[in-house]
Design a binder for this molecule. Structure first.
Ligand SMILES: Cc1cc2nc3c(=O)[nH]c(=O)nc-3n(C[C@H](O)[C@H](O)[C@H](O)COP(=O)(O)O)c2cc1C
Length: 224
């Protein structure tokens, strides 16, 4: 495996360049290679115990995008203009519980653990859920999965920025109404998945209206 050698300045430039793009240039589209690259960075993202508790729905159908508008106030201009529009779904309790079929599938078929490792891993995972992190409600389990799906979000947006692609993360939606819509019209099994966020990709229509502002590094870091 080749050791990465991107300069720190190039990476910081990409972080400065990325901004929450409110409106995209409709005439410019990502290539298939571009969107696959972005999705691969989600795929390669870290997750707790490596269980990848996420799923991504790429919504390219105009009619489906239209359906999202009434429930997603934070997405309106993006739904019309983004080249690619993704729903970030996170797994719910029936998928992520320590003794679920999905977790067994991950250990057995994806990670290809031998039987004794599966037993040991299951024990740790159960203890983690039941005592370390107290994931004792469906809501807690979903929020925990969501935290991980947000890591994939950050990675997708940063990778996009590194190759000059714009993005906008979106939480401006009514969760219950949107999930009802996803169940009815998008074929999402909402017993198994909930919606964590939406994210739009494309190319900016105009330069950002504001200079990027952030607190001083000293205000957010304590050295001890
Ligand atoms: C989790 C999350 C949810 C967000 N939701 C929305 C949204 O619904 N609509 C929107 O236009 N921007 C949304 N934003 C963008 C933020 O407003 C933006 O990232 C922030 O103001 C900082 O600006 P910058 O990203 O351009 O540096 C969201 C950002 C994050 C991280």
């Amino acid at each position: 495996m080749k050791t990465p050698n991107i300069s720190k300045q190039d990476i910081l430039n990409a972080f400065q360049y990325r901004h929450a793009t409110k409106e995209f240039d409709e005439t410019r589209k990502l290539t298939e290679d571009d969107i696959n690259f972005i999705l691969k960075t989600a795929n390669l993202s870290p997750s707790s115990f490596g269980f990848e508790p996420w799923h991504f729905v790429v919504v390219q159908d105009k009619e489906l995008r239209e359906l999202l508008k009434p429930v997603a106030w934070g997405a309106s201009l993006k739904l019309d203009t983004a080249s690619h529009f993704i729903l970030g779904l996170s797994m719910k309790a029936p998928m992520t519980n320590w003794n679920s079929e999905y977790i067994m599938h991950m250990m057995k078929n994806v990670k290809q653990f031998p039987k004794d490792v599966i037993q040991m891993y299951s024990k740790f995972y159960r203890e983690f859920q039941e005592s370390d992190f107290n994931l004792d409600t469906d809501k807690k389990l979903f929020d925990w999965a969501s935290k991980q799906t947000y890591i994939a979000l950050a990675n997708m947006m940063t990778s996009a920025a590194l190759v000059g692609i714009d993005s906008c993360p979106i939480e401006g939606f009514h969760q219950e109404k949107t999930e009802a819509l996803l169940k009815e019209k998008f074929g999402v099994d909402t017993d198994k998945y909930g919606l964590s966020y939406m994210v739009a990709f494309g190319y900016r229509k105009a330069e950002p209206p504001h200079v990027k502002t952030r607190r001083n590094l000293d205000d957010i870091v304590t050295w001890q």
